[in-house]
Design a protein around this ligand. Structure first.
Ligand code: G6P
Length: 372
């Protein structure tokens, strides 16, 4: 009913709007006043976490993209090797696991059969399983050794939005916590990032306030057949997620690429007026990546692409090459997905509406897939 949708036309719009609160709620009570993390729910002891020599993340769909982003954070802050795998591929290749592997199963519903079967397989090999889940008491957390709940509240729209952002928050918390427990050389950075994370909900809010041009752009592209997405570093999984949203909602051909791969194939797809969304990393921090992406934008634009550039506020280098420029607040590089994913959700939702599609219930999809 209209009341359930809180005055929005679709649950998806309501859930997009709820993201600042969902992010804040997921952080609530987990950062103590001294600025360190207390994750009491993670009932795997510090001694055991110090022994972990490999992290393996399993998930499906949007949760898989959260896992891909988590890998960058986990490896950077903990120096523990981390693999991310689609749950449906995982157990059938007989993965190498033992008691020192920490398996993280990410699932909004906690009922996805592929993810459940992957975690059962991991436990059979003696690995500890930590669930990141949005649904209290669901099967995946019940069968795991520990659970870190995301506090997004119920997500109704099939296309995941607020659950995705809170999965990212939970992944960052786990990465920072592992770094904290194990004591890495990034101690100072970890403290700074915890502080930045505690303010990130305000940044998400600011993104939401500036979305009208994105909606307008989406409507202008309603007749297109293809949209490509390019990103690098954590922007690469964001590109994959942007493309997935467009497939799910707009039923358009959409693909995400690692920007560095452009020259190894995808650049052949560029033709006159093809919309290409590019997620630009911060010019601060890993500035080499930033400069490489800017030359990618120049290359595709020279070949006729219509460039839709998502870049940090104050980044002026992209201005001459952007047919459309979407601004996001400055964040530490690893946290950027929390703000860069939001315009892509709005973009896909508006394109779906413009094409006359059912936003909350896309054809052929289910919110929770309980068969393998
Ligand atoms: C389905 C949904 C996706 C979701 C995926 C994983 O395919 O349509 O939106 O990302 O399942 O769901 P989970 O509940 O495990 O996060």
């Amino acid at each position: 009913s209209a009341a359930e949708k809180g005055g929005y036309d679709y649950f998806m719009l309501k859930e997009i709007a709820e993201q600042p609160k969902a992010v804040a709620d997921t952080l609530l009570g987990r950062i103590d006043p001294s600025g360190s993390l207390t994750l009491d729910e993670v009932r795997i002891g510090a001694a055991e976490l110090r022994e972990v020599d490999k992290v393996v993340i399993v998930a499906c769909g949007t949760a898989f993209h959260a896992g891909l982003i988590a890998k960058y954070a986990i490896e950077h802050w903990t120096r523990i090797p981390c693999e991310v795998e689609l749950a449906s591929e995982f157990r059938y290749r007989d993965p190498i696991l033992d008691g020192r592997s920490l398996v993280i199963a990410i699932s909004q519903s906690g009922e996805t059969m592929d993810t459940l079967m992957a975690l059962r397989h991991a436990r059979e090999q003696g690995s500890k399983v930590l669930a990141i889940c949005n649904t209290n008491g669901s099967t995946i957390p019940r069968e795991s050794d520990a659970v870190l709940y995301t506090h997004a509240g119920p997500e109704v729209a099939v296309a995941s939005t607020k659950a995705f952002l809170t999965q990212l928050v939970a992944c960052y918390l786990v990465a920072l916590y592992l770094g904290q427990v194990r004591g890495t050389k990034w101690g100072d950075e970890i403290r700074d990032v915890i502080r930045d994370l505690s303010r990130i909900s305000g940044a998400v809010d600011r993104v939401l306030e500036t979305m009208e041009p994105v909606r307008e752009l989406a409507r202008s592209l309603a007749e297109k057949n293809t949209v490509l997405f390019l990103g690098r570093h954590v922007g690469y999984p964001v590109a994959l997620e942007g493309a997935l949203k467009l497939k799910e909602l707009a039923y358009m051909h959409a693909e995400g690429f690692a920007a560095g791969e452009l020259k190894h194939g995808p650049i052949a797809l560029i033709e006159q007026d093809l919309p290409v969304v590019v997620i630009v990393p911060s010019p601060r921090g890993r500035s080499v990546l930033h400069d490489k992406i800017v030359s990618n934008i120049q290359e595709i634009r020279a070949r006729g692409a219509r460039t839709i550039v998502i870049a940090e506020e104050g980044d002026e280098t992209v201005v001459p090459y952007a047919d459309h420029l979407i601004r996001i607040p400055a964040t530490p590089t690893l946290l950027q997905p929390l703000v860069s994913a939001v315009p892509l959700q709005v973009f896909a939702c508006e394109l779906a509406t413009a094409r006359g599609n059912e936003v909350d219930q896309p054809r052929n999809l289910a919110k929770s897939v309980t068969v393998e």
